[in-house]
Ligand binder design. Sequence first.
Ligand SMILES: Nc1nc2c(ncn2[C@@H]2O[C@H](COP(=O)(O)OP(=O)(O)OP(=O)(O)O)[C@@H](O)[C@H]2O)c(=O)[nH]1
Ligand SMILES: [Mg+2]
Length: 150
Amino acid sequence: MHRTKVRIVEDALDANNTIARANREDFDRHQVAVVNLMSAPGAGKTSLLERIAADPPDGVRLGVLEGDVQGSLDADRLATLHVPVTQLNTDPGFGGECHLDANMVRSALPALPLADIGLLVIENVGNLSSTSSASCTTWTRCIPACSTCS
Ligand SMILES: Nc1nc2c(ncn2[C@@H]2O[C@H](COP(=O)(O)OP(=O)(O)OP(=O)(O)O)[C@@H](O)[C@H]2O)c(=O)[nH]1
Ligand SMILES: [Mg+2]
């Protein structure tokens, strides 16, 4: 049997990681902690954020970057709780991707009031397989258990 060894010399997500590091530097400069909240659709990401926003821990200035393919239903839910929330849709401009990558997050940075935020939660698009493989490498990840599936 013929065998060929292929050496992987470059990370396929290298470009994304470079942008992710730039994002991280911007968040660090503003002293913003960032959590990448990801799960299957309907697992309770927005519900969890609603609970935190309604009764935030002392001193926590919550902000949300809300990822969806289309629409702003989740962002609208959180806006009623007076949380600074920025909508990021992947349909226009990003080909309807089912996860957020570093470049998409970078595009939303100008709209984020980072000076007013201490904890930024990025609600990733509801899709666990793609969100977990993609590239949000410099963020803390949080995967809520899917209570609705059990
Ligand atoms: N039983 C039960 N239902 C829940 C819980 N958390 C959320 N739900 C319900 O599950 C549904 C989806 O919740 P969301 O918070 O919108 O879920 P999501 O993960 O933000 O969904 P996408 O943004 O569409 O991916 C809603 O009808 C919630 O009321 C929970 O802990 N227990
Ligand atoms: Mg949601």
